[in-house]
Design a protein around this ligand. Structure first.
Ligand code: SAH
Length: 397
């Protein structure tokens, strides 16, 4: 049918559902949620309908039941009754949906997906399975932010979401993170975030690239904080898209505090940290029964020669038996390895460098602790990388 799609405002309007079974109860529920004044006419009313608290008329259908209705649903399992309902509605110029024979009715129901103010109604050539399959696919895509459902103009106040993008593969961001990226007016992005997601943004989305690396700061942290606050204060939905998890060596805490200080609503969406993802993608379990019962994640960007109260307690970590995970350690890897060995870690402890995990350039170098810095040098593997130290490195080899 070449029908004309409409969205009906049924608030407080009388809608008559004839039938008391499964289909009738689904329709009654949907109509009730839409605010309609639902009247169910049926000899036998299902418990689900009774539970809705809608008006019920417990007897067989009579012509006059459709009187005063804006819409009628014929949902009995008796085609003759449904036809009679349809005819009664037709005589009064009331639209009627036939559950048993859509084509015989004067209106159709749709398979519906709702997403943040958007309603998608699918009518699949009177084939409910086809409608529902397409509806489900659209609903999933909307939920994942794969369709441009973003409001062009933000409603209400601006906000900042500190979104952990995971280690780099755009498939390794959370569903919530992905959705917020799709809805953002402004995306403030780091070098190690899943930058492929930027290609999915609309042209009107402002992208601010912090391009942060160990040596190159396009924007200082204070400037980043200021830009987050500034755009949110202008009513924008700001996503701060970071690599890994925002609160693991990500300075997310500072951004959070800056937003709070400025009275900007701020949320955090956890991300899969490279500290966890890097080893996993290199086939290294951080814990393994009988091998390691804990792991410690440490930043290697401070000089290991510093006193423990100023930085990392390398002697303590060297003496402890668990797995060690180092981030930002490539520059000082040789010094760190020496420090650990000097304080008691076995020089032959299996060690791996996982470079650019979760990207097309991922590379893994393995060597004993004493030789890992040289091996990485030889292979030309530098930052960004996660270093894993411990017997777990070889456990799946
Ligand atoms: N918040 C991030 C860490 C930021 S610090 C997270 O949770 O992952 C930056 C360091 O993270 C890099 O120097 C490197 O040690 C590590 N890193 C980030 N992404 C990486 C990746 N894809 N592969 C290997 N190491 C990575």
């Amino acid at each position: 049918m070449n029908g004309f799609p409409l969205l009906l405002d049924l608030t407080g309007r009388r809608v008559v559902v004839v039938g008391g079974g499964f289909v009738a109860s689904r329709r009654a529920r949907g109509l009730n949620e839409a605010g309609a004044h639902v009247v169910v006419v049926a000899t036998d009313v299902a418990a689900e309908i009774a539970a809705l608290g809608v008006e019920t008329v417990p007897r067989p259908f009579e012509e006059a039941d459709v009187e005063g209705a804006w819409l009628v649903m014929a949902c009995t399992d008796d085609a003759a009754v449904n036809a009679a309902v349809g005819a009664a509605a037709e005589r009064r110029r009331i639209f009627c949906v036939r559950a048993d024979a859509a084509a015989s009715g004067t209106a159709r129901t749709s398979a519906v997906a709702r997403h943040e103010g958007i309603t998608v109604a699918v009518n699949g050539d009177d084939d409910p399975a086809r409608s529902m399959a397409l509806r489900d696919a659209i609903a999933a895509a909307l939920e994942l932010g794969e369709l441009p459902s973003r409001r062009v103009r933000a409603r209400g106040a601006g906000s900042v979401a500190l979104v952990g993008g995971g280690p780099g593969d755009p498939e390794l961001i959370t569903v919530r993170g992905r959705r917020l990226v799709a809805q953002a007016d402004v995306v403030v992005v780091d070098r190690l975030a899943p930058r492929e997601l930027l290609d999915t943004l609309g042209e009107d989305v402002e992208v601010i690239d912090c391009g942060k690396s160990a040596h190159r700061h396009n924007l200082t942290q204070a400037e980043i904080n200021a830009v987050l606050v500034d755009r949110a204060a202008a009513g924008k939905r700001v996503v701060r898209l970071k690599g890994g998890d925002p609160f693991v060596f990500g300075r997310g805490g500072e951004e959070w505090l800056a937003c709070v200080a400025a009275g900007i609503p701020v949320t955090v969406v956890p991300g899969l940290s490279s500290a966890l993802a890097g080893p996993a993608l290199a086939g290294i379990p951080l814990t393994h029964r009988g091998v390691a019962a804990d792991f410690t994640v440490v930043s290697g960007h401070l000089d290991p020669g510093r006193p423990a109260d100023e930085g990392v307690d390398w002697p303590g970590l060297a003496a402890h038996a668990g797995t060690l995970v180092l981030l930002m350690a490539m520059e000082r890897l040789d010094l760190i390895a020496k420090e650990l060995i000097e304080h008691g870690r076995a020089s032959e402890t299996p060690t791996a460098v996982v470079h650019r995990a979760a990207t097309a350039e991922q590379r893994v170098v393995r060597a004993p602790l004493a030789g890992i810095a040289a091996a990485a040098d030889r292979e030309g593997v530098g930052a960004p990388a996660v270093v894993v130290i411990g017997d777990v490195v070889d456990v799946l080899q």
